[in-house]
Design a protein around this ligand. Sequence first.
Ligand code: GDP
Ligand code: MG
Length: 226
Amino acid sequence: MNSNSGMRGIRQVRRKKSSLSEVKLVILGAPGVGKSALTVRFLTKRYIGEYDHQSDSRYKHEIAVDGDPVIFEICDTSTKSAVDLPAAELVSWADGLVLVYSITDRSSFTYLKQVFNHIQDVRGVAQVKEKDVPMLILGNKGDMVHLRQVSSEEGEILAKDFDCNFLEVAAADQVNEIAESFYELCREISAVRRKNKTSLLERVLGTKNGNRVYHRGKSDSSLSKY
Ligand code: GDP
Ligand code: MG
């Protein structure tokens, strides 16, 4: 292999890397609901029961979604108390938000309503309504039904209010269901990007539904005619 073909090889690898889609997620919820357990479950398939994180943890991990590699950048927030709201910069940074409560802790469920209002304040009501920042609600600790404080129906109603997907899960004993819920969020983010790209193209090209809106002006005389 000569040095030229070597360079070409490197360029190709670079191009491939940079064309990988990146998805930024922020995991939000009250303390102790299982945000870290769910994040690590998704990223490593493993369940680690005890974490002692004093601050937010950031991960960058490549995972295949529907056969395509996606780089997940995840911020697992560490809320100190259920009155703390997530930092506005984080809420703005996210492409998608995972809102976690525990089915065994009603106050963690109520906390999500506060978080949702905060998201609307930061991102704007219109953007949230348009679903430009897709969200997912996870009701965790589904294995602890004997200690349930929040019914499945309440979770479903909350998801209707927030206009997003909802799933009861157990980081303690589920792998595939948790992964699938993250993949679905990723698909929604891709759909938002496609939509935004199309509307940007339409604005730039002045087209709608693929029909070019074209006004002949004076300067057009220099253009070749058919
Ligand atoms: P975070 O503060 O929201 O990040 O919560 P952690 O992930 O640190 O979990 C808090 C506690 O809940 C830990 O003791 C975990 O072992 C426990 N936990 C997390 N997920 C589950 C679950 O699905 N079922 C049960 N029974 N416990 C869980
Ligand atoms: Mg944590």
